[in-house]
Design a protein around this ligand. Structure first.
Ligand code: ADP
Ligand code: MG
Length: 251
């Protein structure tokens, strides 16, 4: 039987069976109840494995949640809007979400938190920084590989492009960025974070015309969320500093 289970690919059931037999005997389960539980063990196991694979494939640098985000620290930000986005209709409609603002205000945190929600709902996601993306597309040794690499960024339901604006792009990199935004346009959502106002994207991409065309596609179906507030990193640093000072003046 064990061999046949393996042959059928029922590996989750294979693992669960010994314990199920044991409990079934002890609790005198009916045949129906036993079979129901056995099938559920396989299905739940498969779902769990698939979820683990999706989370791994998403390459999130760290797990952040919306629940852990302190909205009271960022009053310019609409908490209601973020919870609306968390219902994931933006994924279904291939709407982009752009977070704009200075460092430390939570742009990456929020894009990770929305990715976590999407992954939990069964969507695929992928996290990358713009420089990581540009590098990966640029170093493709031949056109076939470049297309294959581009597909890596076009297939996930949610693509996070973090840190747009920290580095200026070379012409070829800017072209790849444009190509990707075009490929995902009306097909899949982009969650993008940037510290750079749209007016400066021409400089960022080294090409005003390309920047206009890219922004046109990126923003056609998009929620732009500007966070104007203090840096949470600085808040934590200040608190740590206060504690150190308090500690050292205690006596
Ligand atoms: P940004 O991407 O805008 O530079 P991050 O999202 O990386 O900022 O935030 C910096 C750090 O502060 C992260 O560890 C993040 O989890 C945390 N953080 C930022 N804003 C908040 C907030 N309002 N509530 C809780 N944690 C926050
Ligand atoms: Mg960031």
């Amino acid at each position: 039987m064990w061999h046949q289970l393996k042959h059928l690919g029922l590996t989750q059931l294979e693992q669960a069976l010994p314990a199920l037999f044991e409990t079934a005997r002890q609790e005198r389960w009916t045949y129906e109840h036993f079979l129901t539980r056995a099938i559920a063990a396989e299905v739940e196991g498969r779902d769990r494995r698939a979820a683990e694979r999706r989370i791994k494939a998403a390459h999130l640098p760290v797990i952040k949640t919306l629940e852990a985000f302190d909205f009271s620290f960022q009053p310019s930000l609409s908490e209601r809007l973020l919870w609306e986005l968390a219902d994931l209709s933006f994924v279904k409609t291939a709407t982009n979400v752009v977070f704009l603002g200075p460092p430390g205000v939570g742009k990456t945190h929020l894009s990770l938190a929305l990715s976590v929600k999407a992954l939990a709902a069964g969507y695929s996601a992928l996290f990358t920084t713009l420089s990581g993306l540009a590098e990966s597309l640029e170093t493709a040794a031949y056109p076939g590989l470049a297309r294959q690499r581009l597909r890596r960024y076009t297939t996930p339901s949610v693509l996070v492009i973090d840190e747009v604006g920290y580095t200026k792009l070379a012409p070829e990199q800017a072209h790849h960025f444009f190509e990707l935004v075009t490929a995902r346009y009306e097909h899949g959502s982009i969650l993008l974070t940037s510290n750079t106002a749209f007016a400066e994207w021409g400089q960022l991409l080294g090409d005003e015309v390309l920047a206009t065309a890219l922004l046109d596609r990126l923003l056609h179906h998009a929620e732009v969320i500007t966070i104007n507030g203090p840096s949470y990193r600085m808040k934590e640093r200040r608190r740590a500093l206060r504690e150190t000072v308090a500690e050292s003046t205690k006596g």
